[in-house]
Design a protein around this ligand. Structure first.
Ligand SMILES: [Zn+2]
Length: 443
């Protein structure tokens, strides 16, 4: 079974898409264009034929054509049938639900004439190799029989590293790629598949609590046996928030003045910027967890967050705009890729409970002060306190520990790093290790 990018898997295969830009060194761009137009025709024909009850094998025979690689044709037919299947299951769901007003799914359109992604199998329709001298990922695409487009792939350094690793590894399977085109640039999206063996949360020795709010992500790693704090990290992205606020103000102003095209462009920019931030933050979480033996990454149940926080309209917008859920997905996905388990616990006053004695308290500015005289603990960072509680709840969950035993009063000092919003959205600085490259500046 193949699990797509937003799913977590245990002992299964997961497929991920590596997005690169195509730099063409030889061959005609028009061949690529023609092949994408031919892909559209094959797509349309496949949908027509499957509607008439043709089997996959019969369709493959029927749509055969001279100007297109057979192998590519099989891949495009496969993608078209996938689209048809998802339409079928959506329709089935729609027919079985009670709401007749809900939009009835429409079958995939077959009268479009524009281009469609050219789908290709690795080593047949396209082939990737790593050049020993330049370390470049070379690509050879066969858009038509006897026609080859050659060049290399470009992308963020870490993305390219991942692709090189996939090509070198026996465990990773480089699969189909799709050729896309946008604003004068050709993109090659390469899928890689790997089998994962993610251990159960119960086998973990380190509990890593993750608390996310609109200012920062706080992480605390607790030893499952001793409940001592092994490390704390607070990732501050306040500057990023300002950046997002700026985009929001500009896009809103454009919207009000009816500048739809500018609005759309900026909207896309804001979205890409958010994605970039989420990727940076989620990678930092996984890198933090990885330093400890057998970690489990623990989130708060996201639904609970909405109930606990009482936000005004400003915060409501922020909550929806800053996609916590997406962040969690990104972390889970990256964790799966590194075979680390994730888990979720109830969000029950995690930010208002003293992590040492369990007393309900409140944050005072950046600190958390316990109102219990016998405890009197002061946390140097209130958000760390919440992340400790989240890790602690995982302890309760895994070990069924309902005693009053809580964490130690003495905590190591919080390490604070700052993610800065550079605003360089189209070409964000890439990083292998965030802190090393200065994307996260120590504060
Ligand atoms: Zn306390």
């Amino acid at each position: 079974m193949t699990v797509w990018i937003d799913c977590q898997s245990v002992g299964e295969e997961a497929t991920k898409t590596i997005q690169t830009r195509l730099h063409i060194a030889s061959g005609e761009r028009s061949w690529l264009h023609d092949a994408r137009l031919a892909s559209r025709e094959i797509f349309n024909d496949t949908i027509h034929l499957t509607q008439q009850g043709y089997t996959r094998t019969k369709i493959q025979k029927e749509v055969d054509r001279d100007d297109f690689l057979r192998n590519n044709k099989c891949a495009v037919v496969g993608k078209a049938l996938q689209t048809w299947d998802s339409y079928q299951s959506l329709k089935e769901w729609w027919e079985n639900q009670d709401d007749p007003d809900g939009g009835k799914p429409t079958p995939p359109s077959t009268d479009k004439s524009g281009a469609y992604p050219l789908v290709m199998a690795h080593t047949e329709g396209y082939r990737l190799t790593v050049d020993d001298d330049s370390n470049r990922v070379q690509v050879r695409i066969s858009p038509k029989p006897y026609k080859k487009v050659k060049g290399h792939l470009r992308g963020e350094p870490d993305v390219m590293d991942e692709l090189r690793d996939a090509l070198a590894s026996e465990e990773v399977d480089v699969g189909q790629a799709e050729l896309l085109y946008r604003d004068g640039v050709y993109y090659l999206h390469v899928t890689v598949t790997r089998e994962f063996n993610v251990p159960e949360p119960d086998t973990s020795d380190t509990l890593v609590g993750v608390d996310i709010n609109e200012r920062n992500v706080a992480l605390t790693a607790l030893d499952r046996d001793t409940m001592r704090t092994k490390g704390t990290l607070v990732l501050d992205y306040g500057q990023v928030k300002q950046e997002r606020q700026r985009y929001h103000t500009i896009t809103k102003r454009c919207q009000e003045h009816g500048k739809t095209s500018v609005y759309r462009k900026l909207g896309g920019k804001e979205e890409r910027f958010t994605e970039w931030v989420l990727h940076r933050l989620s990678r930092a979480v996984v890198e933090f967890a990885e330093q400890f033996p057998n970690p489990v990454i623990v989130f708060e149940d996201m639904e609970g967050i909405r109930e606990e926080m009482q936000y005004g309209s400003y915060m409501n917008r922020r909550l929806h705009k800053l996609p916590f859920h997406k962040f969690e997905k990104f972390v889970s996905y990256k964790a799966t890729w590194r075979e680390l388990p994730t888990d979720a616990v109830d969000a029950y006053y995690n930010s208002k409970t003293c992590s040492c004695c369990g007393e309900r308290g409140d944050r005072q500015g950046r600190r958390f002060r316990c109102p219990n005289d016998e405890c009197g603990v002061v946390q140097d960072h209130a958000d760390r306190n919440a992340s400790v509680n989240i890790a602690w709840r995982e302890k309760v969950k895994l070990d069924d520990n309902n005693t009053n035993y809580r964490t130690h009063k003495t905590q190591p000092q919080v390490r604070l790093v700052r993610l800065s919003g550079s605003g360089r959205v189209s070409r964000p600085p890439s990083s292998r290790s965030l802190a090393e490259q200065g994307v996260l500046a120590h504060g």
